[in-house]
Design a binder for this molecule. Structure first.
Ligand code: 5AD
Ligand code: SF4
Length: 473
């Protein structure tokens, strides 16, 4: 797997932009505003964009109107995410008019699609460049080119469908909080589910090296991080080389090794594919209390016919088998999933099969989505697209069922004392409450003295459908 450090062009560009920003700063540094759409992987990429911006001499701001650099990290997973990004980017037109030196870059999944790149080039003249996720390290070059008065740049992805892009190590990371962190362990996806744009926009699967991941995890823990989420589009295939070999071990070995590091922290991981969720991983989780008792395992549909048309390569029965083994090994495990409703050809019977799996598994929480056709994916071409009103009605039924289940599951926590990582506070009815997450990732509001980053034991007094309430004790 090709691994490289930041290329010399990137380092030179960082130094030059920094010199220009230092010279122009006269008291106040120019500011960078980074807006993120989409998944945790994008959040993690945005932290690298902020890291590079900080190295280039920018301070961070939450106010686009005072920024000298605006970066929008986009998502292409559903049409809604794309439309929202386009509408917000449209609003930056007047910011550019008010401040001609403003640099605007559009990054991420949306701009790995040639038709979108073309659209930004032609219809958004105030967008200076686009940059897809596999080329993120080129950000400083793009900023420098614009500062130096060069042309607008709209590169298409540098890697074709069968190339494996290199893993670029050494991008600086600007994390907002010390106590919780994303840690990317792999990039890209080879699964090609028939609805999904990700393999098309993030390219072929590639893994970071064990030593690099371990060094990053160690550094985070030493700095006081309490909760690390290992990230990848399909973490279960971490370590797999293009030839199918696993020279550094597999994901179960990786997480087991990280769980042996010293310190009071929890490890979690996102996202898994049921076809790769191994018994070795379940055993490793059960053995290590530092691996959070939470498994997010996207089901997508409970109908075997739909799963086959989605190219998911497992059946509902196989999925239920994994759930049984997880619960046998860890009875208190939190289970969450992703469901798509209204996939082309989904019949009422197919949809009932999904509801049935929900009733059998009793997930703690689900993330549900109405199918959104994505240009260039096979499912977008299927003739039997589902009418919007049918999909919406099914979506509402799905949510109603899950709300009942989530509430019941939350009620099981009443009276228990749970380990909670405090991450903020909220004033409600004149009272200041702390907020935090359990090991299973559930939201808790609680009273008592705790600061963000503290790990506390909270006695759960009352469950609501989406939140637990309690007090330290
Ligand atoms: N339409 C709707 N939902 C989708 N997802 C992925 N692609 C699509 C699509 N085209 C959902 C899947 C995935 C989650 C991240 O987004 O459920 O697990
Ligand atoms: Fe994340 Fe997928 Fe959206 Fe890209 S398209 S931001 S990988 S959810």
């Amino acid at each position: 797997m090709p691994i490289s450090l930041l290329p010399p062009d990137t380092l030179r560009a960082i130094a030059e932009v920094r010199a220009r920003n230092d010279a122009a700063a006269a008291g106040e540094r120019p500011a960078a505003f980074v807006l993120t759409f989409g998944c945790q992987q994008n959040e993690a990429d945005s932290e690298k964009m902020r890291g590079m911006a900080a190295e280039m001499g920018y301070r961070m701001t939450e106010r686009p109107e005072e920024a000298g650099l605006i970066l929008v990290n986009t998502c292409a997973i559903r049409e809604h995410a794309e439309k929202k990004a386009l509408s917000i980017i449209g609003q930056y037109k007047h910011l550019r008019a008010a401040r001609p030196s403003l640099i605007i870059g559009v990054c991420g999944c949306m701009v790995a699609q040639p038709h979108r790149v073309e659209e930004f080039k032609l219809r958004y003249p105030y967008v200076d460049f686009t940059l897809d996720a596999a080329a993120l390290h080129r950000l400083p070059e793009m900023v420098l080119a614009r500062m130096a008065g060069g042309r607008r740049e709209f590169p298409l992805p540098a890697y074709g469908p069968s190339d494996v892009p290199p893993v670029v190590e050494g991008m600086p990371i600007h994390r907002e909080t010390k106590w919780r962190a994303w840690l990317s362990i792999m990039y890209g996806c080879n699964n090609f589910c028939s609805y999904c744009i990700v393999p098309h926009v993030r390219g072929r699967e590639r893994s970071r090296r064990l030593a690099d991941i371990e060094a990053e995890a160690r550094a985070l823990i030493v700095e006081g991080c309490r909760d690390i989420t290992l990230l990848g589009q399909n973490v279960n295939s971490w370590g797999r080389m293009p030839d199918g070999s696993f020279p550094e071990g597999d994901f179960a070995a990786l997480i087991g090794r990280l769980a042996e590091l010293e310190g009071d922290f929890r490890l979690r991981f996102m996202t898994s594919h049921p076809k790769d969720a191994s018994d070795a991983l379940i055993e490793t989780m059960a053995r290590h209390e530092k691996i959070a008792r939470h498994f997010h395992l996207p089901l997508q549909s409970g109908s075997d016919a739909v799963l086959a048309r989605m190219n998911r390569r497992y059946t509902a029965e196989h999925y239920l088998g994994i759930v049984d083994r997880l619960r046998a090994a860890m009875p208190d495990i939190t289970l969450t999933t992703d469901i798509i409703v209204g996939f082309p050809g989904e019949t009422e019977e197919d949809f009932e099969a999904t509801l049935d799996v929900l009733r059998r598994v009793r997930f703690d929480m689900i993330y549900s989505f109405i199918y959104s056709p994505r240009k260039g994916t096979p499912a977008a071409e299927y003739a039997d697209q589902i009418p919007a009103d049918v999909a919406h009605a099914r979506f509402d039924r799905l949510i109603a069922l899950q709300n009942e289940i989530s509430f019941e599951k939350n009620k099981q926590a009443e009276g228990k004392t749970l380990r909670v990582l405090c991450d903020g506070e909220k004033v409600q009815g004149g009272e200041t409450l702390r907020s935090g997450r359990t090991d299973g990732g559930k939201l808790v509001y609680f009273s008592g003295d705790a600061r963000p980053g503290d790990v506390v034991q909270v006695k759960i007094e009352r469950a609501e459908p989406f939140v637990l309430r309690g007090k330290i004790g």
